[in-house]
Ligand binder design. Structure first.
Ligand code: MGD
Ligand code: MGD
Ligand code: SF4
Ligand code: MO
Length: 687
């Protein structure tokens, strides 16, 4: 394979790292190996294995190449579809939408999307069509619905310290995240800190992940008990003189109230809740308290629980107690997504948004499609959908309801996809989509601070079209008018950058991005936290953050609203990501499938013995919502009573054709909704 050139690009996947890439393109226009851009200070030449092998996905024999119309049953797959032309496909969608609106009104159409690509133009352009047409809105809760308010409650603005400052830390605490699998670049910078400064790594996670294996201390608590651990740590910090009282007085709302509140939150109290030993909690608290340069890297995992927002809030209080924020490498990072001052009006058609139009909760798609009145309100049923960039048949909770909804005969569905996903297989019309290597886009990041622009590296495969092209073509057929429908993706990027006061698109592309990092004083909140009073809030105003605010207490605490184990369902399931799949993306690659094996339950050896089950046994995991069959593997790296099933495998990878989200609940967590993927009580039986 001769390499003709190396094209710069940006990883579009839903991963905080948003790596700057270098893509080998061969003479024949084929994609070769992908590498991390060495010059990018956060990517630093390192990317994950799955994207390094992106050619496997890009040139996959099953990639969709032409528009399709379903002629057979739903759920069968490619064999149930016939090829059609683009005009016929787009005309059909437009006609179906128009008919549906005539019958039920505009809110009957529900454009549905998420983060298959994180590029703003290709991901969010569907919002412009929605707003111009007055279709039902989407409340995007599936990923950040719980973590965002959890962070905002204390800090008041969505940013933290610069990810590069991991290099400057003496202690790194990875709390509720598994970066070895989910954002490998964090590990690059942790390695630097360990080599250069002898930094220590502590991981808080219910099971021994790859990240936990690399740690000096692993706190393997019960899922959903982080609030208790955080409170006990703060109790020790106050009691043993690690609280920075001058900092607290200057930068926080009510340190005395917090100290009083924590008086009963002892390590013994937390040990009973978390299942950790008291000494472990003391040990960690003293290490954290004694280290000024402590970098708390907050993941998403521990937010995916009914009490998830309260858990994130409780943990976010730690550096405010020690005053770690004042030091290089000290403080916390959840996401830097709020740094970017982009004017998104053109991309999303915000100028046309009608706030009186109803908004439906993304995570409750099963309830919405099966007509739950709590979701639909006084509005019409959803009878027409355009789905881009997401695979709800697998990724959304309460899979059985999701499937029942898609099976409705009176629901028209168009899916724009790169592969015949299980969602696409439920569609009436399927449209083939470009990959990020075939279209232009602009990217923000959560884990670093660069705004990046990428041009297409290769021409589109077969007749694939970008999301932007499809949205514009549909807009024209529907008579929807907005300047964004008349511009190229590149022009939208350029216009957006200029309107936001950033360098233009060509400059950004040529310079390898634009660093939006804040000065030290701002990133570390020396100039004040995000709330109007400039202080960190130990008393959360949950009512300001969502309609279910009443369900959460103001002080950081263990909030006992999780799906607790009981006699009938004695185990707690964590449905964590796998290393080789990214949500369901890459589950089609042979190398990913080979590495992950098969859907597997990690069960403590004592539990397995008690159940009378052997390594590799078929086991049925279930609760009132449903049950699935997987294979058991004895795993000592978790507490008894905790079970982990990694990976969003296709439903078809399970014996009975329904996957792990058959077990997870679509109950929306307070204060603002959000899916509770790691908060599930289950029973286990021999299958
Ligand atoms: N390889 C790979 N990379 C990915 C993804 C993927 O699926 N695969 N997904 C991408 C997406 S969309 C996102 S949002 C990010 C998410 O990445 P992360 O921030 O890492 O969050 P999660 O993946 O939800 O879960 C991470 C860890 O949280 C732990 N956890 C679960 N419940 C609890 C709890 O109650 N307390 C504590 N302390 N820990 C808990 C899980 O065991 C798991 O190891 O990763 C992105 N990157
Ligand atoms: N059990 C359990 N369930 C979970 C989670 C968990 O930890 N456990 N994590 C949750 C989280 S954090 C998230 S974010 C969601 C994510 O769920 P999704 O956003 O649905 O993520 P993917 O499954 O990767 O599906 C993205 C799809 O977009 C397609 N795609 C990629 N690029 C493009 C493009 O340019 N155009 C078009 N039209 N399509 C494109 C891909 O082929 C892929 O099928 O899953 C959630 N579900
Ligand atoms: S680490 Fe994340 S951003 Fe980087 S290449 Fe892999 S998936 Fe993409
Ligand atoms: Mo996510």
């Amino acid at each position: 394979m001769t390499t003709l050139r190396r094209a710069p690009s940006v990883c579009p996947h839903d991963c905080p790292s948003t790596c700057a890439l270098e893509v080998e393109v061969t003479e024949a226009g084929r994609v070769g190996r992908l590498r991390g851009a060495a010059a990018h200070p956060y990517t630093a030449g390192v990317i994950c294995a799955k994207v390094a092998r992106y050619a496997e996905r890009h040139h996959h024999p099953d990639r969709l190449s032409v528009p399709l119309r379903r002629v057979g049953a739903k759920g069968v797959g490619r064999a149930a579809f016939a090829e059609i032309g683009w005009d016929e496909a787009l005309d059909t969608i437009a006609a179906q939408f128009t008919q549906a609106v005539q019958r039920h009104g505009r809110e009957t159409v529900w454009p549905y999307f998420y983060a298959g690509t994180m590029g703003l133009v290709q991901r969010d352009g569907i919002e412009r069509l929605r707003h111009v047409q007055g279709y039902s809105g989407q409340k995007s809760t599936i990923c950040i619905g719980l973590s965002d308010p959890g962070w905002m409650a204390g800090v008041g603005i969505k940013h933290g310290i610069d990810g590069r400052e991991l290099d400057d830390a003496d202690l790194i605490v990875v709390w509720g995240g598994n970066p070895v699998s989910t954002q490998v670049n964090v590990m690059t910078h942790i390695s630097r800190a360990r080599k250069q400064r002898g930094a220590r790594l502590v991981v808080v996670d219910p099971y021994r992940t790859g990240t936990a294996e690399a740690a000096d201390q692993h706190l393997a608590l019960r899922p959903g008990t982080d609030g208790a651990l955080a409170c006990a740590v703060m109790h020790v910090l106050f009691q043993e003189g690690f609280a920075d009282r001058a900092y607290l007085a200057r930068y926080t709302d009510d340190p005395d109230g917090l100290e009083r509140h924590l008086a009963t939150r002892t390590p013994a109290w937390a040990a009973a809740i978390t299942g950790l030993r008291e000494e472990e909690i003391f040990g960690f608290a003293r290490l954290y308290g004694a280290t000024k340069r402590s970098f708390l890297r907050i993941g998403y995992g521990f937010s995916r629980s009914r009490n998830g927002a309260a858990q994130v809030f409780a943990v976010s209080c730690l550096p405010a107690v020690t005053g770690a924020w004042q030091y290089p490498g000290g403080g916390a990072l959840y996401s830097n997504g709020g740094l970017y001052r982009l004017d998104r009006t053109l991309i999303e058609g915000r100028d046309r948004r009608d706030p009186t139009v109803r908004t439906l909760d993304q995570s409750r798609i099963g309830a919405v499609l099966t007509g739950d009145p709590r979701d639909l309100g006084a509005g019409p049923p959803v009878t027409a959908m355009l789905i881009q960039n997401t695979n709800p048949m697998v990724v959304a909770p309460e899979s059985r309801k999701v499937r029942d909804g898609f099976l409705r005969a009176d629901l028209f569905v168009a899916v724009h996809e790169q592969f015949m996903t299980e969602t696409a297989a439920m569609a009436d019309i399927v449209l083939p989509a470009t990959t990020f290597l075939e279209h232009d886009d602009i990217y923000t990041a959560g884990g670093h601070t660069f705004l990046q622009v990428a041009r297409a590296a290769v021409p589109p495969f077969a007749s694939c079209r970008s999301n932007h092209a499809v949205i514009c073509a549909l807009a024209h057929r529907l008579g929807a008018q907005h300047p964004g429908f008349e511009m190229s993706a590149w022009d939208i990027i350029d216009h957006t950058l200029r309107a936001s006061g950033y360098p233009d698109a060509a400059t950004l592309a040529d310079q390898g991005g634009f660093d939006c990092a804040l000065p030290f004083e701002n990133a570390h909140f020396i100039t004040g936290f995000g709330h109007p009073d400039g202080r960190f809030h130990f008393r959360a105003d949950w009512n300001a953050l969502g309609v279910q605010g009443d369900r959460l207490p103001p002080w950081p605490d263990h909030v006992d609203i999780i799906d607790k184990a009981d006699d009938e369902r004695p185990f707690r399931l964590v449905a964590a990501p796998s290393r080789s799949f990214l949500n369901t993306s890459f589950s089609e690659t042979p190398s990913g499938q080979a590495r992950e094996g098969r859907p597997t339950a990690l069960i403590h050896p004592d539990d397995l013995d008690r159940l009378g089950l052997a390594d590799g046994a078929r086991v049925r995991l279930g609760n009132r919502q449903g049950n699935v069959v997987v294979h058991a593997r004895p795993f000592p790296g978790l507490q008894r009573g905790t079970v982990v099933v990694e990976g969003l495998w296709p439903n078809a990878a399970f014996e009975e054709g329904i996957g792990i989200n058959a077990l997870t609940s679509a109950e929306s967590g307070p204060p603002h909704g959000g899916a509770v993927f790691h908060d599930t009580a289950i029973w286990i039986r021999a299958a």
